[in-house]
Ligand binder design. Structure first.
Ligand code: ZN
Length: 156
C-alpha cells in the first residue's frame, strides 16, 4: 500500500482510488467512477480504464492510444464542475475539468461524461468509439433494452 495523495484530490490513494484500481471495491456512484478513471490515467492503469468502460465498448478501445495519452501528459488535478447522479434509473452525468501539462503548455480537458449502471457497477459510456449498435440492437451497456431506449440518448 502506498501512502500518497490520491490523484483525484480526495485523500490518500490507499484509501481512495487504489482499492477500486485493485478491484477490491466498486465505485458507488458515477462521480466516484469518474474520479477513479482520472486517477487511473495518472497511474497508467489502462486495464482499469478498459474494464470501467461500457461492456459492449471494451473491445473497441485503442489501448495503445489510451496508454500514450496517459503517459504523454503530466496530470495536475481534477475538478468536478457539476453532475446529475440520476438522469434516470441507470444513467448519470459528470462534468469535469482535467488539468495537465502536455510538454509544451498547460491544458484543460473539459468534458461532460455519461455513465451507465449495469447490474451493480457503473461504467463510462465512451462517445468516441467508432461503432455503435443500431437503434434496434441490444444496448452497448449490457442491459437487454434496445439501444434507442437505453444509452443512445447519451452519445448520439
Ligand atoms: Zn444502455
Amino acid at each position: 500500500m502506498s501512502n500518497t495523495n490520491c490523484p483525484c484530490g480526495q485523500g490518500d490513494y490507499a484509501t481512495c482510488c487504489e482499492p477500486l484500481h485493485l478491484g477490491k471495491t466498486q465505485a458507488q456512484s458515477a462521480e466516484q467512477l469518474m474520479r477513479s478513471r482520472y486517477s487511473a490515467f495518472v497511474k497508467h492503469c489502462i486495464d482499469y480504464i478498459v474494464k470501467t468502460t461500457a461492456v459492449g465498448q471494451q473491445s473497441q478501445l485503442d489501448q495503445a492510444a489510451l496508454a500514450q495519452w496517459s503517459t504523454s501528459n503530466q496530470w495536475e488535478k481534477l475538478e468536478i464542475i457539476s453532475g446529475n447522479p440520476r438522469i434516470d434509473a441507470t444513467h448519470a452525468m459528470v462534468e469535469f475539468k482535467a488539468y495537465y501539462f502536455d510538454g509544451n503548455a498547460k491544458q484543460i480537458h473539459h468534458e461532460v461524461s455519461y455513465f451507465v449502471k449495469h447490474q451493480t457497477a457503473w461504467y463510462f459510456i465512451d462517445p468516441t468509439v467508432e461503432a455503435f449498435p443500431t437503434m434496434k440492437q441490444p444496448c452497448l451497456c449490457g442491459s437487454e433494452k434496445k439501444f434507442k431506449h437505453c444509452c443512445a440518448a447519451f452519445i448520439l
